[in-house]
Design a protein around this ligand. Structure first.
Ligand SMILES: Cc1cc2nc3c(=O)[nH]c(=O)nc-3n(C[C@H](O)[C@H](O)[C@H](O)COP(=O)(O)OP(=O)(O)OC[C@H]3O[C@@H](n4cnc5c(N)ncnc54)[C@H](O)[C@@H]3O)c2cc1C
Length: 282
């Protein structure tokens, strides 16, 4: 377990708020912004969900107090979505009240496809009251093109990713080529009609497609941002920053890191090797 904890540190900024803030300060010092994520998901007790929301409120206060360049990302199953939509709505609204007061953007992460519709419906409800909120769309889902069109229409900010969960062929493309083709198509929709889109990928081909789309739709470097995960493809993080693109690093922290860490290893066999090979190099 100690070895696992050691390996996880490549992808996780630490277990405490202090460690996470230190990591964000380092990123900021390298010209990158951050989005802080408290690790955890599928919370089934109200008490735990409320406590996690309280931790997010404290994070918001810390961001404001320290002046670090970071916003927040959160998962609805961590906020009580498995308890009820209304409970989750009220719990997250407390965070959004504070985020609005402090003028900090909040992003609702996207989880497995069983939650997609409910997540979007909640995001639409919140967006009626809180403008500084966005969400995530996964290019592996068939439904995503329609969802992006709706989000663009509502002027809700989207982070586009490929998708990290195991999904059946009834709802999701199964081949890498189809997921990538859809990613490029959705990138174009976002750069054409979206509001400050976030292109979240470590894949050079997806990054290149976004750069081309930005030229097609005459978007400047400040009209969109790239997002990458903490510790993943750090050379791309540096290269984009060096070329003056906006780069935001998704920076997870906390003690419940195992599911997140496992997803990182599962989605890329090479990540296991990669850790072994590049741990000290990249
Ligand atoms: C900021 C951010 C937020 C995210 N939020 C969500 C979310 O809310 N919901 C969700 O389901 N998923 C989320 N994800 C995860 C995402 O869906 C993918 O599972 C994950 O990013 C891997 O896909 P990829 O686009 O990086 O490319 P992959 O298909 O994994 O990799 C393609 C290529 O990228 C390059 N590459 C990948 N990793 C490395 C590496 N470690 N070093 C060097 N090169 C590498 C290689 O060239 C590789 O062949 C998020 C990802 C990011 C970056």
């Amino acid at each position: 377990m100690r070895f696992l904890t050691f390996l996880a540190r490549r992808f996780i900024a630490g277990e405490t708020v202090e460690q996470a803030i230190t990591a964000v300060k380092q990123l900021n010092g390298s010209g990158m912004s951050a989005t802080l994520d408290i690790l955890g998901e599928n919370v089934t007790s109200q008490e735990m969900a409320i406590r996690t929301a309280d931790s997010y409120i404290k994070i918001l206060q810390t961001i404001a107090k320290t002046g670090i360049d970071s916003n927040i990302s959160l998962k609805l199953t961590q906020m009580g979505l498995d308890i009820s939509d209304q409970f989750c709505f009220d719990n997250v609204s407390r965070i959004l009240d504070k985020a609005t007061e402090l003028d900090i953007f909040s992003r609702i992460d996207m989880e497995g496809s069983d939650y997609t519709e409910r997540t979007l419906q909640l995001v639409y409800r919140w967006h009626e009251k809180y403008k500084n909120i966005g969400t995530v769309i996964q290019s592996y889902l068939y439904r995503s093109e329609n969802d992006i069109k709706e989000l663009n229409k509502r002027k809700i900010r989207v982070r586009l990713c490929k998708g990290a969960y195991k999904e059946p062929g009834s709802v999701a493309f199964q081949s890498k080529d189809e997921v990538n083709d859809n990613y490029t198509k959705l990138t174009n929709l976002l750069l054409k009609d979206g509001v400050y889109p976030a292109i979240a990928s470590h894949d050079g081909a997806m990054i290149q497609a976004a750069l081309e789309a930005s030229k097609t739709y005459d978007k400047g470097k400040d009209d969109f941002e790239f997002q990458l995960l903490y510790g993943v493809n750090r050379s791309a993080q540096r290269e984009l920053t060096d070329h003056d693109y906006r780069v935001r690093i998704y920076t997870p922290f906390g003690s419940h890191w195992l599911p997140y860490f496992t997803r990182r290893l599962r989605e890329r066999k090479e990540n296991v090797l990669f850790i072994a090979k590049h741990f000290f190099k990249d």
